[in-house]
Ligand binder design. Structure first.
Ligand SMILES: Cc1ncc(COP(=O)(O)O)c(C=O)c1O
Length: 430
């Protein structure tokens, strides 16, 4: 059977089987590829130890959390609820680090304190956060991590840059003296220094951050035993894009840390927290073509899902690869195969002209080469494992959240999330 692309074993036949069994729109995840990506991260070269955390915001589904954790990977949680969700999935609190923009109050504060007492790591992201957690950390003798705002970042789009002056993640270098003074007053130690400078940006900027961060550790953090460089490693979804070479990145960071050790006598552990690079290419969004229209020379294919199941094109101008599969399982086109002569615009069913998987940088639709699919055929959007199911606008136009299926390593298709029922969409209305 024909595989959709060179990096995953998923075939056109399996797409049709999944669509017929579970309906569309449907997310399909390739377990074998997720496991391969986990191994690639765990075998990154390092100087004095490596911890890999999965940035679960990329895709928080319980089955994926368990699968990734079983490979030896911890969790980067970006909200209290994410941390609770990871714990409920069976991941011990000591393997979770929380990096968020808020210190929860009220009942949620109790939940936070419970997690901290069970060993969850807390990454301080502002002076205010430090003020709010310092007394508790002092009382219980907890060490802390601190996220630094380094002043330079990089991202797939401006909105995914999390290190420059247009964003406010982490303790800004200008606030560092105050943070250190406050920690000293409470007798607290920062045993880890963290940055995350953005997602899917320029690898050269990511690399520049490594020695800069080590310099910050050397100057200000005598208690640090570990540095986290965050996630954001670029992962190619489209054929012309280039993925970060993890072996080369690891070798580079290793050399920087060995140099640091020679200078200071301190052997630091390295942490990274990828989301996209672990799961993006393992995910496929399967849609059925339900209509076709032509307007002034432009061909539109209307599918049964769009911005409600993958909002990345509308949010970031992201491009995803397309695979067209006929109802009987023939691969009509693959973004990684011969470029088809036919061009079309894939749109969804939301009442927005931006509800398209084919947007240019200005937000206009643009035709892209894809096989001449007919009504009833399948449009498959690749690179849909990260920030699609977990970040979709799923109830917009009262669409129901789509189901998720895992293509298990043994070839079985396993439902891991049912389709949301219409009643669930309204159940909290009063
Ligand atoms: C703190 C933190 N770590 C890791 C990540 C993962 O980034 P990516 O999915 O680009 O690897 C993010 C994403 O926003 C993040 O905010």
């Amino acid at each position: 059977m024909t595989a959709l692309n060179p990096f995953s074993g998923v075939t056109a036949g399996q797409i049709v089987q999944a669509a017929r069994t579970f309906g569309t729109p449907l997310y399909l995840y390739d377990q074998a590829l997720i496991e391969e990506r986990c191994r690639a991260f765990l075998s990154m070269p390092h100087a004095f130890g490596l911890t890999v955390r999965y940035a679960m915001k990329a895709n928080p589904d319980r089955s994926l959390l368990r699968l990734i954790h079983a490979q030896g990977i911890g969790i980067d949680a970006s909200s209290l609820n994410e941390a609770l969700r990871a714990e409920l999935a069976g991941i011990p609190a000591r393997e979770i680090m929380l990096t968020s923009q808020e210190v929860p109050a009220g009942e949620s504060r109790e939940a936070l304190e419970g997690l901290l007492l069970r060993g969850m790591h807390y990454n301080v992201c502002s002076l205010r956060q430090l003020e709010l957690v310092a007394p508790f950390a002092q009382k219980h003798g907890l060490d802390l991590s601190i996220r630094i705002h380094p002043g330079e970042g990089t991202g797939e789009s401006a909105s995914r840059n999390t290190g420059d002056k247009y964003c406010c993640f982490g303790v800004h270098l200008n606030d560092l003296p105050q943070a250190l003074a406050l920690a000293a007053r409470f007798g607290l130690r920062f045993t880890q220094v963290h940055t995350h400078i953005g997602s899917g940006g320029d690898p050269a900027v990511w690399r520049r951050n490594v020695p800069r961060q080590l310099e910050i550790v050397e100057r200000h953090f005598p208690d640090a035993v570990s540095v986290s460089f965050g996630g954001g490693m670029r992962e190619a979804r489209m054929p012309q894009e280039e993925s970060e070479d993890l072996q080369s990145l690891g070798s580079y960071a290793k050399a920087c840390m060995e140099d640091f050790q020679r200078r200071t006598g301190r052997a630091l552990r390295m942490e990274v927290e990828p989301g996209t690079a672990l799961v993006a290419n393992a995910g496929y969004l399967i849609l059925t073509i339900i209509d076709r229209k032509d307007t002034e020379g432009l061909h539109f294919l209307i599918a049964d899902g769009g911005m409600d199941v993958n909002s990345r094109p509308a949010l970031y101008g992201s491009r995803h690869p397309f695979y067209m599969v006929s109802q009987d399982g023939a691969l009509l086109s693959s973004e990684f195969g011969e470029t088809p002569a036919h061009r079309a615009i894939l749109v969804g069913t939301c009442c927005e002209s931006g509800d398209s998987q084919c947007l240019d940088e200005t937000g206009h639709v643009e035709e892209r080469p894809m096989g001449d699919a007919q009504i009833g055929d399948y449009a498959v959007v690749g690179g849909a494992g990260a920030y699609c199911a977990g970040m979709s606008l799923f109830n917009y136009n009262s669409h129901q959240q789509a189901p998720e299926v895992l293509l298990a390593a043994d070839g079985a298709l396993r439902l891991i999330r049912r389709q949301q029922a219409l009643a669930q969409l309204m159940e909290n209305e009063v």
